[in-house]
Design a protein. Structure first.
Length: 129
């Protein structure tokens, strides 16, 4: 059996679904599909994938939970900043950003948080091994 052709849903914890819905629908521009029977807010992603926002106290992690592939990193950052998105900057031995962008070989990445503290990413470049 293979799950490679089955629709997938990423589920993120949020403490305030109303606030999260506004961010994902209005700030990021994702299409709100509706509320699932278990109470998750569901947004359409590319193809058959979906994003679910599950009301949960706390639970955020310190790693990237979702990454969006973009064709132009600078334009994407500028557009999101116009909508109030704040990008994180890093200066560590393993990760350094310049103008919010980290470069690793042919891939570029930039990170931001949703209002719930979930770490999201934009990436551009090679995504396959």
């Amino acid at each position: 059996m293979s799950l490679s052709h089955n629709p997938a849903m990423t589920v993120l914890p949020v403490t305030n679904q109303d606030r999260a819905k506004v961010f994902y629908a209005e700030t990021l521009g994702l299409t709100f599909v509706g509320k699932s029977p278990d109470g998750n807010l569901v947004f359409a992603l590319d193809g058959t994938a979906t994003l679910g926002l599950m009301e949960a106290p706390g639970g955020q992690t310190d790693h990237t939970v979702m990454s969006f592939e973009v064709s132009d990193m600078d334009d994407s950052i500028n557009e999101l900043e116009k909508h109030g998105v704040h990008f994180e900057d890093y200066d560590t031995p393993d990760l350094k950003t310049v103008n919010h962008i980290a470069v690793n070989g042919t891939e570029k990445a930039a990170w931001f948080k949703d209002p719930e503290g979930n770490i999201l990413c934009l990436h551009q470049g090679a995504t396959t091994v």
